[in-house]
Design a protein around this ligand. Structure first.
Ligand SMILES: Nc1nc2c(ncn2[C@@H]2O[C@H](COP(=O)(O)OP(=O)(O)OP(=O)(O)O)[C@@H](O)[C@H]2O)c(=O)[nH]1
Ligand SMILES: [Mg+2]
Length: 320
């Protein structure tokens, strides 16, 4: 079997929902294995059916617990689910991944659900791209709903949820001046606010704060005013209502070409990310690239060369 045939066969296995083939695909994406691109190239025509929900919020707000409950809700509706937990804090081991392992074991007997944790490996801005590629893979594997959990702390994470069809931002009462201290970028990308741990004191006050902020920000947008849904994820309270709200958002996006416009915007961002990575790889990739970068950085640090000339030299590597 030659390489092309092997990729074709792999793609067929992914499309059939073969868990091991999907896992191997994700590993290839994470490792920047060139076969990942060949695989996705083969699978791309069979994607575009899944609905991707990004779930973000500060550490400990209950994202994993909520994702778990939402997944169960969708399974109850007969929908297949893929879960990607992006863990930006612990590179290889760490609490979140451990927790996700336990979760995986709980769903191990259910073929309709696929769960994978992705650790950030520190590659140049490629995390959002890798996550988006994994979502494509799960889409091709027939998962109807894809839930992506990520801590909303840095630009990388914001880029990740930006690629989702619908973004949930979790807030919890009792973190002080919650709304003010939240990253502005996160508030802007919310399609739905989830007020989790809603049984706690201060939930009403937090809801008022969010509403006040929305009134200031959303003046004139009109298309969809992000609703606030209260949940107690540990009990499953409010999760069905949240799924309904997500569905309402999806239906609204289907109307009047909004979804198409969003898709084009999505691919604009995504193509820019891909191009960025492609150019970085072509200019700085491999040992040779690292050496060139280090040598030029040395020259610039010693003022023997300007950074502008250095960049021009690096860019010239594209022509080679
Ligand atoms: N009281 C209460 N506790 C909750 C609720 N939802 C989650 N928790 C608890 O909050 C803690 C954190 O929950 P996780 O689901 O791990 O939160 P997370 O946002 O995924 O955390 P990281 O991935 O570490 O950022 C756990 O102890 C949960 O049991 C809730 O609605 N009410
Ligand atoms: Mg978590």
């Amino acid at each position: 079997m030659n390489v092309a045939e092997a990729i074709e066969r792999w793609a067929a296995q992914v499309r059939a929902g073969d868990t091991r083939a999907v896992s191997r695909g994700i590993t290839a994406i994470e490792n920047h294995d060139p076969r990942a691109e060949a695989l996705l190239q083969e699978l791309f025509p069979f994607t575009g059916r899944a609905f991707v929900v990004g779930v973000t919020g500060a550490p400990g707000t209950g994202k994993s617990t909520l994702v778990d409950r939402l997944a169960a809700e969708y399974r109850g509706q007969g929908k297949t689910v893929g879960i990607i937990a992006v863990d930006p804090t612990s590179p290889y081991t760490g609490g979140a991944i451990l927790g996700d392992r336990i979760r995986m074991q709980r769903h191990a007997s259910d073929e309709g659900i696929f769960i994978r944790s992705m650790a950030t490996r520190g590659f140049l801005g490629g995390l959002a791209r890798a996550t988006a590629d994994v979502a494509l893979l799960l889409d091709a594997a027939g998962k109807q709903i894809i839930l992506i959990e990520t801590v909303g702390v840095g630009q990388d994470e914001i880029d990740i949820v930006r690629l989702a069809d619908c973004t949930l931002v979790l807030l919890v009462p009792g973190l002080g001046d919650d709304v003010q201290s939240m990253k502005a970028g996160l508030m802007e990308i919310a399609n739905i606010f989830v007020l989790n741990k809603a049984e706690r004191e201060g939930a009403d006050r937090l809801a008022q704060q969010i509403e006040a902020m929305l009134h200031l920000a959303a003046a004139g947008s009109g298309e969809w005013e992000p609703p606030i849904v209260r949940t107690t994820a540990t009990e499953g309270t409010g999760v069905a209502a949240l799924a309904e709200t997500i569905e309402r958002f999806r239906a609204r996006m289907e109307l009047g070409g909004v979804r198409r416009a969003r898709m084009i915007e999505h691919w604009q961002q995504r193509l820019a990310l891909l191009l960025q990575e492609h150019l970085l790889e072509r200019t700085l990739g491999g040992e040779e690239g690292s050496r060139a970068l280090a040598a030029l950085a040395g020259e610039v640090a010693e003022r023997r060369k300007s950074p502008y000339d250095a960049v021009r030299e690096l860019a010239a590597r594209l022509l080679k």
